[in-house]
Structure formats: C-alpha cells, structure tokens
Design a protein around this ligand. Sequence first.
Ligand SMILES: [Zn+2]
Length: 52
Amino acid sequence: MSGRAEAPDACQECQELVLAEAAAKRERDGSRETDCRVLRARHQAAVHGARA
Ligand SMILES: [Zn+2]
C-alpha cells in the first residue's frame, strides 16, 4: 500500500513549519521563531494527535 502518509511528525506542513522556524532562527527573528513553534505544536496536536 503506497500513498499513505502515516509519518507521525513529518507531513509537508510540519516540514514547512520546521523550515520557517529554522529560517527565523537564522535571522534572529525571535518572535517569528516562536510563532512557527506555536503553529507547529498546534498543527501536530490537531493533525497528528500529539500532546502539547
Ligand atoms: Zn504535520
């Protein structure tokens, strides 16, 4: 069975948020970095059922 994305914490949205967070960190944009982290936690809780 292919095409089933069951990776618990690595969907495309997760990866984009990780990249955005890394970019913000690189630019020393602390508020944006925190923003990305919050969005990722919220996304993982909502989509992946992760606990915050
Ligand atoms: Zn995800």
